[in-house]
Structure formats: structure tokens, C-alpha cells
Write a protein that binds this ligand. Structure first.
Ligand code: ASP
Length: 462
């Protein structure tokens, strides 16, 4: 037996394989205390324990079997997996729109690395194209890999790089842009691109997946197909996030870049529009505008307004009870120029912070208030305390989401540090980051009050 045949297995697990003459990638039947299992023995993570075998079942799911529960292993075949998907090139079809897919990394560009057990960025955009052949029917795709990062590593430099790349592709004639991105910080990127590439002439669709494409429950393919449809064939020329609407594989929602947020750590339907309703619903068979009058349509040209600037000396301070002023003091002393506070309720922080906030404002730091509740507006006129905080120089940011306000402040400070001008930029909405009112039926989704939800709840009534 070769070393590769025992890849990653140590101690008792390795001895078990040797004893039964079984190897990694062997298609086996394993008799255990709990019955028989049929599947492929997978390589083991180097950091994993030495007490389990890992088996990929025909259903695609992996299970671990305790070494001491195994009675026998019978190899019935050998099926080594080849994870490299060939890059596919298709001749362009002049009747189809031209879509550029820019890869930046994340799970949508990932597969499982059996060596470490981790999800690693491994698919190039070209490989993705090869992996989802349905895309051929949707658009002529050009794929470019900008970055290969999980999205916690994406920041202002990447946002500016993406904005420039998007502008270049549009100017070169792309009918739509898709950006493959990790989901964790996708909403920051969506906000940044909304500010940096304003009034885009074509759709700029940001897409990701919560589950890597080697998993049977992956959302990568459906999200990608719908994103390419929205980019190539859709008429809404805005920065939009395209991700699962319901928890099952039915349709995606298109969310406006400044009103969207990742709201669940593992559901595929993790992105929700906050303070508004989603812009559209898209499946492989339909494309339904949810807010008919509200969309920016394709103007039919390829003019791009690029404003890719960012001052990195900005931060978000998430208020918690008993926060001490030294947090604010240290930001001032460390040269921060912008602070977004995510305050309680209507936009409050405790009294001990007041002197520090006053010092911040007096020393030229731009301080804006948003709300932790996410839904609703900062309203600092309601209580005296709100008025006091405004008198210190803190500016209420209406119903801008804290993350969006952070991105917008960095972008504003990339242009000017003039107090009045920064304020003008911050409070002039570019694309609904501030809205006049929030819809009641947006907030109520999944929380009662809508007929279909009431129906659903009724079905559970005893
Ligand atoms: N950690 C990953 C990322 O944001 C998760 C994902 O892509 O869904 O890059």
C-alpha cells in the first residue's frame, strides 16, 4: 500500500485500514455495530483525530465512523476523485449578452480541501463556468480573477480595485457584470461599489454561496445562473446582491447594494433587505420586479462615473451598556477621522461618553449616529439625551445601516474633510441608503402580519 492510500490517517484509524486492506478512495462496504455503510473512503484532514474513518455516501454527504465500531471493510471498487474542473471556453454567440464575471474568492470559488478539512479558494472563474454549463444559455461570459480571498480579507483596497475593474469592463462594452464574492462581507462591498460606481449603465450583480460547490446542498450554481441572468438579461442597472430568497432551491432575491445585510451565519437564505423590500425576485424561469417604480433602468449607453476613493481612518463603534470613554479617546489619539456609532434604540450612548465625543468632534473627527436595531430611523429629537448628543457634534444618519454608513464615511473622507461637505455627502442619498420611509410589509416578512405567513402559522395551530 502506498502512502497516498492512507492519506491523513494515523494511529488506530490507519491500523484499521491496513488490517482490512482498505485504502483512501476505495469504494467500500463497512460493517459496523450500527449496520452497514457503503461509500468512498475520503482522505483525512491532517489535523483530525485518529479514531474515525470518513466516508462519502452516495447521497454526497460525508459521515465519520468510529474505528472501534467497525467490524469489517470490503472494497468493491476504487473511485479517486478529480477535483480539478477543466476551464471551459465556448464560442461567443452574438445573440446573447456579454457578461463579465469577476472573481474575488469566497465559498462560491471554493471546494473542500480534504487535506486540511477546510474550504479553500480553488476554482478559478473559468472553472466555475465549466462547472455550471447552464451558463452557456444565459450569456457570453468573460471571466477574470481579481482576487482569491475569503471576504474577511477584503477591504477598501479591494473595493477600489473592483470598482476600477467594473468601470473598465463596462467601458469595454460588457452588458452586465457579475462579481463572485465571499458572503460574509459582501454587503460592505455592495455598498462600496454603489458609491464608487454611481448610476451604472448596466447591472452590477454581486453573488456568493453559503455552501461550497462540492456539497449536494450547494447554492453556488443557482445563485450564479440567476446572477448572470440578472446581469445579462435583467433591466435593473444597479449594484445588487443576488442570493437565495427562501431556504430551499426556489428563487433568488435581488437586494439593493445599500440596503442588504447578511443575517444568518449558515442559512443559504442569509441575505435580507433591511428597511425596504427586495428589488426583484429571479428564478431560472421568471424575473419579477418587487418595487416597480423604483428601479434604475439601463440607459442604453456605457458611460461610467467612477469615484474610487477611500480614507481608511474610519471605524464603527458598536455601543454596549457601560462602554467606557477610553474607547473613543483611543480612536482620537490613534488618528481616526471618522466614527460611526451603532447606538441603542433611537440613537443613544451613555453619558460617560459625552466628553470624549465632544473632544472627538472638536478635534475634527466626523461622528455619525446609526441604530443597532437596523430597522427604523435615528431620532435624536425624541429624548433630551439625543439632543445632548447632537449638541456635541454627532450627526444622525437617518436610517443608514451602520456598515453602509461606515463605507460611505470612508468614501466621503476620501474626497474631502470639510465638515459641511462631508455632512452634505453623508446625508444625500446615492441609492436608497437613506429612505423617506420604511415599508411595514418589509419588516413583517417572516414575522407575522402577512397573509401567507398567517396561513403558515395557522397550519401549525392545534
Ligand atoms: N467565509 C466565506 C467568505 O465570506 C463565506 C462565504 O463565502 O460564504 O469568504
Amino acid at each position: 500500500m502506498e502512502a497516498e492510500d492512507l492519506k491523513g490517517y494515523r494511529g488506530p484509524a490507519r491500523d484499521l485500514l491496513l488490517r482490512h486492506n482498505a485504502r483512501v478512495w476505495g469504494d467500500v462496504v463497512i460493517a459496523t455495530d450500527q449496520g452497514d455503510f457503503r461509500g468512498i473512503i475520503l482522505p483525512r484532514s491532517e489535523t483530525a483525530d485518529d479514531q474515525h474513518l470518513v466516508l462519502k455516501l452516495a447521497s454526497g454527504y460525508n459521515i465519520g465512523l468510529r474505528v472501534d465500531s467497525v467490524q469489517s471493510i470490503t472494497e468493491v471498487g476504487y473511485r479517486k476523485a478529480h477535483y480539478q474542473i477543466p476551464e471551459k471556453v465556448f464560442p461567443p454567440d452574438p445573440s446573447k449578452p456579454n457578461v463579465t464575471l469577476l472573481g474575488t474568492g469566497g465559498t462560491i470559488a471554493s471546494r473542500l480541501d480534504y487535506r486540511t478539512g477546510a474550504v479553500i479558494p480553488a476554482f478559478s472563474p473559468g472553472e466555475l463556468y465549466g462547472a455550471v454549463p447552464e451558463l452557456v444559455d444565459v450569456a457570453n461570459l468573460t471571466t477574470k480573477k481579481l482576487y482569491g480571498e475569503f471576504s474577511e480579507n477584503i477591504g477598501p483596497q479591494h473595493w477600489m480595485g473592483m470598482a476600477r475593474a467594473v468601470a473598465e469592463e463596462i467601458a469595454a462594452g460588457a452588458d452586465g457584470i457579475v462579481i463572485g464574492h465571499g458572503t460574509d462581507t459582501m454587503h460592505y462591498t455592495a455598498a462600496a461599489l454603489t458609491f464608487m460606481v454611481q448610476d451604472p449603465p448596466v447591472p452590477i450583480i454581486i453573488v456568493g454561496s453559503q455552501r461550497s460547490s462540492d456539497r449536494p446542498s450547494s447554492d453556488a450554481a443557482l445563485n450564479l445562473i440567476n446572477a448572470c441572468r440578472a446581469a445579462g438579461q435583467g433591466d435593473i442597472a444597479e449594484v445588487l446582491v443576488c442570493m437565495f430568497g427562501p431556504t430551499s432551491d426556489q428563487y433568488d432575491l435581488l437586494h439593493r447594494g445599500t440596503r442588504v445585510r447578511k443575517m444568518h451565519s449558515s442559512y443559504r437564505s442569509t441575505f435580507r433587505t433591511i428597511g425596504e423590500r427586495p428589488v426583484a425576485r429571479i428564478s431560472t424561469t421568471d424575473y419579477i420586479h418587487i418595487r416597480e417604480h423604483y428601479h434604475r433602468r439601463r440607459p442604453g449607453d456605457h458611460q461610467v462615473k467612477l469615484n474610487a476613493v477611500f480614507d481608511e481612518r474610519v471605524t464603527i463603534v458598536y455601543y454596549y451598556p457601560n462602554m467606557k470613554p477610553d474607547i473613543i479617546e483611543s480612536l482620537i489619539d490613534n488618528g481616526y477621522k471618522g466614527i460611526i456609532i451603532a447606538g441603542t434604540g433611537l440613537g443613544h450612548v451613555n453619558k460617560p461618553l459625552y466628553p470624549a465625543l465632544k473632544r472627538a468632534c472638536n478635534s475634527g473627527v466626523h461622528v455619525y449616529m446609526t441604530v443597532q436595531t437596523l430597522w427604523g430611523y435615528v431620532q435624536m429629537f425624541v429624548y433630551d439625551t439625543g439632543r445632548d448628543i447632537m449638541e456635541l457634534g454627532v450627526v444622525p444618519a437617518d436610517n443608514m445601516l451602520p456598515e453602509v454608513a461606515y463605507v460611505k464615511l470612508g468614501w466621503a473622507l476620501g474626497q474631502t474633510h470639510d465638515r459641511a461637505e462631508v455632512r452634505r455627502i453623508m446625508l444625500s442619498p446615492v441609492a436608497d441608503e437613506i429612505t423617506e420611509r420604511e415599508p411595514i410589509d418589509g419588516y413583517l416578512v417572516m414575522q407575522g402580519g402577512l397573509p401567507e405567513m398567517e396561513q403558515y402559522f395557522k397550519s401549525y395551530k392545534r
